[in-house]
Ligand binder design. Structure first.
Ligand code: TRP
Length: 329
């Protein structure tokens, strides 16, 4: 079976955008691939310096993926920080990474540009972890002989860099020591609109948390911005973010029925929001229950991640031994 691997950055509470954009597609892939999914906690350290926030984020992400259906009997699920071999591989990869490659990374360039625009020193606020981020990410991927890496479009440059670095190393030793990974970007994933109609994103502050309580969920849905059309007016489905969200959670029949009510008029936005709340809550309430049970037992979550790490380390140990030998270390 081919290998699918992805890293999950533990930065903040999971929301519905993460669910449709990352969690669901990755879990679907895990049925057809040997999947290795991990929490990239050392990547998060570059931007999260508050230990309790980082610890809490790791637990929330772990509980979230498990509640959404990640099956640890099938998927190796671990914390990056539990695999010291990854950091040794990072050191090896540094020797094959042109500094110029990292200079060209979009994420790094955006930080430099923001500094320039502010008239600040170009390096202000940029730590070496951010600069070398793509090398650590390449080690995450290359360590596990990954065939495909399910990621969002914003991450494709990182996958190309992992390819470049692996090729440079393979070329030097005249051997296929590292498998060349491919990005798997979900083309189909619908943009999940946030409360204000822009793409749902933590940075816009317009998210619906995946595990919001029923009460909070209702409150947030009622806050979705609409136009000022009255009850009797027919409504447009295309431009309605209520409808866009409804589509994600409803059956085909339900979708058609709501579209018909939009066309016919006589339904106010309040009622459309009630319909949306019903389908969202129907899908999320079993997840929420599992999540609440998982998050209330952090020791057991950590134990689950450690079991995954044990399995991952067996693979990582082999890759690293192969590389050390090839390098003459
Ligand atoms: N950089 C990824 C993100 O921001 C997270 C990540 C870290 C990752 N290591 C990875 C993704 C390895 C895929 C493979 O979302």
């Amino acid at each position: 079976m081919k290998i699918s691997l992805t890293g999950i950055k533990p930065t903040g509470t999971l929301h519905i955008g993460n669910y449709f954009g990352a969690i669901k597609p990755a879990l679907a892939l895990s049925a057809r691939y040997d999947a290795r999914y991990f929490i990239a906690d050392y990547h998060a350290l570059n931007v999260m310096k508050d230990p309790s926030a980082l610890r809490q984020s790791v637990l929330e992400v772990a509980a979230g993926w498990l509640a959404a259906g990640l099956d640890t009997k099938k998927v190796i699920f671990y914390r990056q920080s539990s695999i010291p071999e990854i950091f040794e591989l990072t050191t090896i990869l540094h020797a094959f990474t042109a500094k110029g490659l990292l200079n060209r990374a979009h994420a790094y360039k955006a930080l430099v540009q923001a500094n320039n625009e502010k008239g600040a020193d170009p390096d202000a606020g940029i730590n070496m972890g951010l600069f070398t981020y793509p090398v650590l990410m390449a080690a995450d991927i290359l360590m596990f002989d990954s065939d495909v890496v399910p990621v969002g479009r914003d991450q494709t440059q990182h996958i190309e860099m992992a390819q470049d670095i692996a090729q440079a190393l393979n070329f030097n030793y005249r051997q296929e020591l590292l498998k060349i990974p491919q990005a798997a970007v979900e083309e189909e994933v619908a943009v999940v609109p946030g409360l204000d109609g822009r793409k749902m994103s933590k940075s816009y502050g317009n998210t619906i948390p995946l595990f919001a309580s029923e009460k909070e969920l209702k409150k947030l849905i009622m806050r979705i911005v609409t136009n000022s059309q009255g009850v009797e007016e027919p409504k447009d489905t295309e431009s309605s973010q209520i409808f866009a969200l409804y589509k994600l959670f409803a059956s085909a029949d339900e979708r058609r029925a709501l579209a018909e009510r939009y066309r016919a008029g006589g339904m106010g936005w309040g009622e459309a929001k009630e319909a949306l709340f019903f389908v969202v809550n129907r899908e999320l309430s079993p997840l929420r229950e599992r999540y609440n049970a998982l998050i209330s037992n952090p020791d057991s979550l950590i134990a689950t991640l450690e079991e995954g790490a044990e399995k991952a380390r067996v693979i990582a140990g082999k890759t690293l031994a192969r590389l050390r030998k090839a390098c003459g270390i």
